[in-house]
Design a protein. Structure first.
Length: 543
């Protein structure tokens, strides 16, 4: 069995990816396909489960062709996806979640913030279950979204037969088995994983008692750990769609960031424990994963979640709701965006490479020892989509301090750098909170889109004071989902065994000290004060 291959499928915010891996964790081939996204109103973000499934099918058939493998060489399949809410009605037909009442748009995307008031209402309950969500529920989780649907789209609510987290929908679509993941339900639906039950009184208290009355049929009453084989594997229709044999094993799914944790946390650059390490999975947003043998309750940090990522370990999850999307917003909303893109195209580079090179030239021109020092008078507060951790305030907004009456490519490069630094200051803030509650994190294991950017990597190492360990296989999220397929196939006895065999460390970036460390210490104090200043502005305007 270990001579076979495994497919990992990752559904992100804007695209689906599939990768084929061997039993040692080496990626043989990969394929990507875009998915549609709708924004019908401010703070509303929607997708289509059918569009997502069709993108998965194109990726599976495409990656098999690219790898030049016969389908029967694939021994197992694993899925991960964003924690978006999928709504299905009778006969699994999509039901609308959009104000436009378009049935195709039946997915409320993770980053959708329509349920801010519902989240606030749930938090006012003060229920014990909120201790396991960092002290408060987020509008990015599923119970506020369910409550929003009940309050605002009663026809959809009354017709709904199934509410899925997107990773679990993909398993259902593949196998026909309504099996929910311990990862998704514990992290996003308030399932008490450590007790193995839903909390009836919580759902009744927040106005979702009908879910209790139905025996949780709509949100799942078969909840299993990630990687466990589901039913008989691929059913006939899904096998045809994906180009694989019927009954190919499929593992219980996982959230995309948590797949990244599985693809990273087994790296062994030394013999230290999990207590010293921290997984950073960067993309449209960033997630920060830390695990411990005992539960640690930290306000503003999601969890502790039992066995939600690594079996029998407690997970604390920090995050930043906009990182990759914020960097792109700063670049592509600039008046110099077209000029930048034209230059990048002419040079055969990405816009990020062009900006990085410009920063180095500016630093040399000014006689600076590091490009980081270019932003001494330019500061960004990155809460453009609220703050997930550790402030846990979706109502916060972003700001920029230190602007001039100029708008050149140099100005854009500086804003880009200050934005990346602000994201790294947010990571530092999360690590400090974790370390204040029992962790001793000094190593970041990183993957995702941001980690392909040298400036992003260097600023995170220097600002957090942690060494960065990059995986030998850069697509660690895809690897994490492939690991689930390997466990489902029986190639490995457990997720932990598969991680040990398939995780491999690569490049290590060490933080610098001296003047750069001192400089970032000052800017970090500015970063913290900008938040306090924003609150004082809000207080003045509320009078």
């Amino acid at each position: 069995m270990k001579n076979g291959f495994f497919i990992g499928c990752d559904v992100g915010t804007t695209s689906v990816r599939a990768g084929i891996f061997d039993a040692s964790g080496v990626m043989i081939a990969a394929r990507t396909h875009p998915i549609q996204i709708w924004r019908p109103e401010n703070q509303f973000v929607e997708q289509s489960s059918q569009d997502i499934w069709e993108a998965c099918c194109r990726c599976f058939t495409g990656v098999l062709a690219e790898a030049d493998l016969e389908p029967d060489r694939i021994r197992g399949v694993g899925f991960d996806a964003t924690c978006s809410l999928v709504v299905l009605g009778e006969d699994d037909r999509p039901l609308p979640v959009s104000p436009s009442h378009t049935g195709e748009q039946n997915v409320i995307v993770w980053m959708d913030h329509r349920a801010v008031s519902e989240a606030a209402q749930i938090n006012q309950s003060g229920h014990e279950v909120l201790r396991y969500t960092g002290g408060s529920i987020s509008p990015e989780m599923q119970t506020p979204k369910l409550l929003w649907l009940k309050n605002n789209m009663p026809q959809t609510w009354s017709k709904a037969e199934k509410f899925f987290d997107l990773p679990d929908y993909l398993v259902y679509r593949s196998t026909g088995e309504d099996v929910r993941s311990l990862c998704t339900t514990t992290c996003k639906w308030t399932y008490s994983g450590h007790l193995g039950k839903w909390e009836d009184d919580f759902f009744r208290q927040i106005g979702l008692g009908s879910l209790v009355d139905s025996g949780y049929r709509q949100i799942g009453n078969r909840i299993r750990p990630a990687g466990e084989p589901v039913g008989s594997g691929l059913h006939e229709q899904a096998a045809r769609d994906l180009g694989l044999p019927v009954n190919t094993p499929v593992g219980v799914a996982i959230i995309d960031a948590h797949a990244g944790g599985i693809g990273l946390m087994g790296m062994q650059p030394d013999d230290r424990s999990f207590n010293d390490r921290f997984a950073l999975i960067g993309g449209t947003s960033s997630c920060h994963m830390a695990v411990s043998a005992e539960p640690r309750f930290i306000n503003g940090i999601w969890g502790p979640y039992h066995s939600a990522m690594i079996p029998e370990m407690w997970l604390n999850e920090g995050g930043q709701s906009a990182t990759g999307s914020l960097i792109d917003h700063m670049i592509f909303s600039s008046a110099r965006s077209d000029e930048l893109q034209e230059q990048a195209q002419n040079e055969g580079n990405s816009v990020y490479q062009v900006l990085n090179e410009r920063l180095h030239r500016l630093a040399r021109k000014q006689g600076l020892t590091s490009p980081a020092l270019l932003t001494r008078d330019l500061h960004v507060l990155p809460y453009f989509h609220g703050n997930r951790s550790p402030r846990a305030n979706p109502g916060l907004t972003g700001s920029i301090c230190g602007l001039h009456l100029s708008s050149t490519l140099d100005d854009l490069a500086l804003t880009y750098l200050a934005t990346i630094q602000s994201i790294a200051y947010g990571t530092r803030h999360i690590i400090e909170e974790l370390n204040n509650h029992g962790y001793s994190i000094d190593t970041i294991m990183a993957t995702g889109g941001g980690t392909k950017n040298e400036v992003f990597l260097q600023e995170h190492a220097h600002i957090t004071g942690c060494r960065l360990v990059l995986p030998a296989e850069s697509e660690a999220v895809l690897l994490g989902s492939a690991i689930l397929g390997s466990v489902a196939s029986g190639a490995y006895a457990s997720v932990e065994k598969a991680m040990q065999a398939m995780n491999r460390s690569g490049r290590i970036i060490e933080p610098v000290g001296g003047s750069v460390k001192h400089y970032h210490g000052g800017k970090y104090r500015v970063f913290r004060k900008m938040h306090d200043d924003q609150l004082s502005y809000n207080e003045i305007m509320s009078q």
